[in-house]
Design a protein around this ligand. Structure first.
Ligand code: ZN
Ligand code: ZN
Length: 353
């Protein structure tokens, strides 16, 4: 219940009597309830999960410290509860409300003041507990293991979609919840698409092949990228790959608690710029990973975040040259009390298949 107390402290500072958590990943983080329908309501004295009959039993088991209230279609149970609790100000997560949802909120809660807040739970989620770190590390172990199993089959003639499917199949067979996000497997000129989707294209000699993938364990994601070359390998392949690798190592080098996240970006970006490829690296160098594959903190040029022990971030510089191809190398890193721990074990030497 420690997270609930943290939220109550914020509520008190904002003179808010009740806080409605409506993002399923946010209420999962706070309460443990993994269902995806309902709302979590926190007041000064109460913590209530409202959900429908499909999830009430599950909510009771997963969140034993919470009152579970069954919602029905005939009446607005949330509204009735709020009226009974004599709440005057209701906070809600404004980033998860559509315009239609906002109109309905105003119609439902005419007797209360509505206060939209942003990032309250996401901020707490940025620093992981020991348990959360174990789930993420397990998801990363599975991804590393599965990639080493896949590598012998990566060769000219294989289609991108078959490689992506094989990775997914192996990740499911390894006992994970499944995939963390739709995988990126792109080859040749297509590897210059940082978020390209796998197609029927077959791998050809001289192609860079980029694999960006992750597993999910107990709801928690992993995220890694490796790029290989289908031989023969040219000097240009080596130069680009080597530049990305040096950038990644330089960024990893500076990670420690207390450093600004943008310094990590800068350390990697400088290497790429000095090598003359600055215009081909358009995205931030990393992001937090947890229940969502992209979450706080962002690790880019304009990030305001400061790294803290317990944060799990990616480090993923890339060079993407239209008409030629691209390289990205991505590791998953835990910020520790005295530095960092790289959770990714896969080889980073250039692999030629
Ligand atoms: Zn990735
Ligand atoms: Zn990533």
């Amino acid at each position: 219940m420690v997270q609930v107390e943290r939220l109550r402290y914020k509520m008190q500072e904002a003179s808010m009597d009740a806080f409605m958590v409506s993002d399923p990943r946010n209420w999962r983080f706070i309460s443990g309830f993994t269902g995806d329908a309902g709302v979590l309501l926190i007041t000064t004295n109460e913590a209530i999960i409202f959900t429908d009959s499909r999830y009430t039993e599950q909510a009771g088991q997963e969140a034993p410290n919470y009152t579970v209230v069954k919602t029905v279609v005939e009446k607005d149970v949330v509204k009735d509860t709020i009226a009974r609790l004599e709440v005057s100000t209701i906070g809600f997560e404004k980033d998860y409300v559509t315009y239609g949802g906002w109109e309905r909120l105003k119609q439902r809660f005419t007797g209360q003041e509505l206060m939209g807040v942003s990032g309250w739970v996401e901020e707490l989620r940025a620093v992981k507990s020991k348990n959360e770190i174990e789930h993420i590390a397990r998801a990363q172990n599975i991804a590393d293991e599965v990639f080493s199993q896949l590598l012998p089959s990566v060769k000219a003639g294989m289609r991108e979609i078959d490689l992506a499917l094989d990775l997914e199949f192996k990740i499911r067979k390894s006992g994970s919840d499944g995939i963390a996000f739709p995988f990126i497997v792109v080859s040749g000129e297509r590897s210059s698409l940082p978020h390209g989707v796998p197609t029927e294209k077959k791998l050809e000699p001289g192609d860079f092949v980029t694999f960006d993938f992750g597993a999910r364990c107990n709801g928690y994601c992993s995220d890694m990228t490796r790029t290989v070359v289908v031989g023969p390998v040219s000097d240009k392949h080596r130069e680009i790959y080597d530049t990305v690798l040096r950038a990644q190592l330089a960024a990893l080098e500076v990670i420690r608690p207390g450093i600004a996240a943008k310094e990590v970006d800068l350390a990697g970006r400088n290497v790429i710029e000095e090598a003359g490829y600055g215009e081909y690296f358009g995205h931030g160098i990393g992001h937090g990973v947890g229940l969502n594959v992209h979450e706080r903190p962002s690790v880019g040029k304009t990030s305001e975040a400061v790294l803290q022990p317990g944060m799990v971030i990616t480090v993923e510089p890339g060079i993407y040259i239209p008409g030629f191809g691209g390289v990205r190398i991505e590791d998953l890193v835990l910020v520790t009390e005295d530095g960092k721990k790289n959770l990714t074990a896969s080889e980073k030497r250039l692999i030629v298949v």
